[in-house]
Design a protein around this ligand. Structure first.
Ligand code: G3P
Length: 218
């Protein structure tokens, strides 16, 4: 499973990349606003700065919601760097735009997926990735993880090449269960990636090894 980081913070992206485990980055307008990145030129420059930090797969989201402007904005985003994946919302004009991007070889990530029907529509249009938001489903007492399993099953049944990018991941068990279910990618905050490091028996075991070494080499 590929690990993407879900942030627009350059320092967090760098930290995950430096660990050697990062395969990509996802952003959205809320994450850009959180970093106080506003205005067309600043946003474009920030996407370029993110692309310069990682090897590939930087999702940059369009703001437009009508076909012509989604196409215009998506093409501008794609020109920033070959690493850009144009993130398009799951709306009718979005699906139509994904089809057009796909025929022009522009990679897309269809975002705000909350059911399997939406996932199939985006896959049929040729999306490179679909992003089901599992944490937000959990928030409304609906099982987000079962949606991941359902989409993986359906895509497997029909050989869709679209990758399942599990998003809105809130904790380590989400990430591990997505891997069990066969999600292609998980995008999550830095705290979830670094959280995978932790186990109390690792800490106490290391403490004992170091203490025993110190005793033997005093
Ligand atoms: O990239 C979008 C998604 O991961 C949002 O997560 O935590 O705002 O539901 P969250």
């Amino acid at each position: 499973m590929q690990f993407f980081i879900d942030t627009a913070s350059l320092s967090e992206i760098k930290e995950a990349y430096d660990m050697g485990v990062l395969d990509g980055v996802t952003t959205n307008p809320s994450l850009m606003a959180k970093e106080n990145i506003t205005g067309h030129d600043n946003i474009t420059a920030h996407y370029k700065a993110i692309c310069d930090l990682v090897d590939n797969n930087v999702s940059a989201e369009v703001i437009a919601t009508d076909y012509d402007n989604i196409l215009k904005e998506g093409k501008e985003l794609a020109k920033i760097d070959d690493k850009i994946v144009v993130k398009v919302p799951m709306i009718k004009d979005g699906v139509k735009a994904i089809k057009a991007f796909s025929s022009e070889g522009i990679r897309t990530n269809c975002t705000l997926i909350f059911n399997a029907g939406q996932a199939m529509l985006a896959a049929k249009a040729g999306a490179s990735y679909i992003s089901p938001f599992l944490g937000r489903l959990d928030d409304i007492s609906t099982d987000g993880l079962s949606l991941i399993g359902q989409i993986v099953l359906i895509f497997g049944n029909y050989g869709f090449e679209t990758e399942v990018l599990a998003a809105s991941i809130r904790h380590n068990m989400h990430l591990i269960q997505c891997a069990e279910l066969g999600a292609d990618v998980a995008t999550c905050p830095l705290s979830v990636i670094t959280g995978l490091l932790k186990h109390p028996l690792t800490d106490s075991g290391l403490e004992k090894f170091l203490a025993d070494y110190k005793k033997g080499n005093a």
